[in-house]
Design a protein around this ligand. Structure first.
Ligand code: V47
Ligand code: SF4
Length: 364
């Protein structure tokens, strides 16, 4: 055990006892786990929580992504993806091009489309709403999980609506759930450093809370491993836990490891595999009210994602073809995996693979 001022083995033992007895740990105890607990203990505690919540099951879903554009009015320092209009690497799909992506999956049993991209200066809620409507017409049963709170904030304001009015309208268009992107780190000082002009943390939380109250479930993310501290991470998790206590609307939490290639934050480097596993474990232990921890393997990499299953993760997203570029442009090498490969990866780690729909119902 590392010597940390103010920390003794007995403090860690007390926290471990609380986790085993299914008692909530405090933010201070969360920071102590991050800074002082051995990896093997974190793995044991996270696995205890994951088994209590999800047994021996690891979920996966057949889905695909649409990234409408990589033009963006913001300029986050960690972003490898954004390009100005006219740049050889920029794209800006019209609705027909996006519907063609949906048609590519005509013969495949996909359950979900995940739509997320840059914040386009010219597109408002009605542009994206009619897109959802057309997707639903092509493929009525497809679950549409779309638009980070950052995109929603802009498109709803552009349409001159309040957040509640905008989300209600999008639900009428066919929006089923909201992905977890754009949360980054809620600490306003760090947020200013890494994404200076972006939607505030308060607004991110407000959009998700409003969505939950309207019956739109969502996910939450945390971008970690750049310039944030353990206290910043725990404060982030704590704000999510408090919101979840009020609404119960989060399905999954997805830790996103900062990847350093081709962006303005590269000097921060990337954290180690050990740190990734510590982060999965503490997230699983601390977020006692969020049912699922998702390892997003196109970002984490296949090996880390597989190991994360032993540190609290119970969901591997997804069986994606080469439709996402957010991570490949930031240095991630793993971009495609078949259902067979995914199931093998799960069973080789000692778990039972279960195909799910977007709301975690098993798919026959
Ligand atoms: O908000 C951008 C992150 C997010 C980098 O809800 C980066 O099911 C690491 O939210 N290094 C978008 N991360 C992706 C996202 C997501 C992914 C998978 C599943 C779900 C879900 C949501 O990607 C952004 C940002 O935090 N990101 N650049 C980078 N260089
Ligand atoms: Fe835009 Fe998202 Fe990139 Fe930030 S991370 S610059 S909001 S595309």
């Amino acid at each position: 055990m590392k010597e940390i001022p103010g920390l003794s083995d007995s403090a860690i033992r007390k926290i471990a006892g609380k986790v085993i007895n299914d008692e909530r740990i405090s933010p201070e105890e969360g920071v102590l786990l991050f800074s002082g607990a051995e990896l093997s203990l974190l793995g044991f505690l996270a696995d205890t929580v994951r088994k209590r919540k999800n047994g021996n099951v690891v979920y996966y879903i057949r889905n695909f992504h649409i990234e409408p554009t990589n033009r963006c009015i913001y300029n986050c320092r960690f972003c490898s993806y954004r390009r100005p209009a006219g740049h050889p690497e920029s794209w800006d799909y019209d609705q027909d091009e996006m519907l063609d992506i949906v048609r590519r999956f005509d013969k495949e049993a996909v359950a979900e489309v995940h739509i997320v991209g840059g914040v386009h200066p010219d597109h408002d809620l009605h542009f994206y709403g009619t897109l959802i409507q057309k997707i639903k017409k092509l493929r009525p049963g497809l679950h549409v999980k779309a638009f980070s709170a950052i995109e929603l904030d802009f498109m709803i304001r552009k349409a001159g609506l309040s957040i509640a009015e905008g989300l209600k309208k999008l639900k009428e268009y066919g929006l089923n759930s909201i992905p977890g992107g754009g949360a980054e780190i809620f600490d306003e000082e760090i947020r200013k450093e890494i994404s200076p002009d972006k939607t505030s943390s308060e607004m991110w939380l407000n959009i998700h809370e409003t969505a939950h109250k309207l019956g739109i479930p969502s996910n939450a993310t945390m971008l970690y491993g750049h310039i944030e501290t353990y206290t910043n991470r725990i404060n982030h998790l704590n704000r999510l836990r408090e919101l979840q206590d009020r609404t119960g609307g989060f399905n999954a939490f997805i830790p996103l490891k900062y990847r350093k290639v081709n962006n303005q934050l590269s000097q921060a480097g990337e954290v180690s595999l050990i740190e990734d596993l510590r982060n999965y474990a503490v997230s699983r232990i601390f977020l006692d009210n969020i049912p699922h921890i998702k390892a997003y393997w196109p970002m984490a990499g296949k090996t880390t994602a597989q190991l994360s299953l032993l540190f609290g993760a119970d969901d591997l997203d997804g069986t994606i073809s080469d439709t996402t570029r957010i991570y490949s442009m930031a240095g991630s090498e793993d971009t495609a995996m078949t259902t067979g490969e995914l199931r093998k990866l799960i069973s080789d780690a000692g778990f039972t693979p279960v195909e799910r729909d977007s709301l975690y119902n098993p798919v026959k």
